[in-house]
Ligand binder design. Sequence first.
Ligand code: CP
Length: 315
Amino acid sequence: MRHLLSSRDLDLDTAVRVLDVAEDMAEVATREVKKLPTLRGRTVVNLFFEDSTRTRISFEAAAKRLSADVINFSAKGSSVSKGESLKDTAQTLEAMGADAVVIRHSASGAPRVLADAGWIDAAVVNAGDGTHEHPTQALLDAFTIRKRLHGAASRGRDLDGVRVVIVGDILHSRVARSNAWLLTTLGAEVTFVAPPTLLPYGVRGWPVRVQHDLDAAIAEVPDAIMMLRIQAERMRAAYFPNAREYSRLWGLDDARLARLGADTMVLHPGPMNRGLEISAAAADSPRSTVREQVANGVSIRMAVLYLVLAGTETA
Ligand code: CP
């Protein structure tokens, strides 16, 4: 794997391979086993033009547990404020020895530009670009679902027939996009549930079912329900009814939590708006995979860094 830019680029074999390599990394990711020397002498740059807690820190932890050196770049406080371009910023960091650049950017397509423009030779990993994609989030979500369903027997499995409902602010969600592509590639059946104003134009052409009634979706007893963050920072008033109305119609509140199927798991990519898209009881319940998702994110990011920097045998 030369770069990881989009879930859409992953075929079934490659997607399962990433999940399986993450299984192999899990003992190191969770520090049951000491770090691996695999990426000693390599440098990973975290190039973050948008804020992040989980993604940036887990890429840093992942790189360090593979013995890579890590440089963290945040646009805040950098020469970006003086007008320095993405090209000049990336070339400056590559001149300091970057072998891989993990980029988060507000512009959809920025990682693809960085990979394709020929400005740098480093591997490029998309850590979230605008409203476009967040492929490592989708990989860690798929890994989490597979692990909850199959435990120690997960290796080699896809998600054939697994039913996943993704709820909320689909319009602004790069997580929803990446999951739509990845989960369906893995064989899952994906349903989007959202108010009509929070669905993107063209969603009917995606490989997902679309509905607006969360209670009807819950009554179908999905294997997993993924609640999305309301992205207030990207919201315009016209899209959003109001917090109380939204929560009543599309929030996973305590009453809906009680009606979930016995084995339905609850995912949220974080950060959560407790009391808006998800109640505190739902977020903290045994069904919730929120902390597992965070822990699994280190395994997945170890796998991705390994595959782009050392795993030359895969596409
Ligand atoms: N899920 C996610 O991308 O979280 P951060 O914004 O904290 O990285």
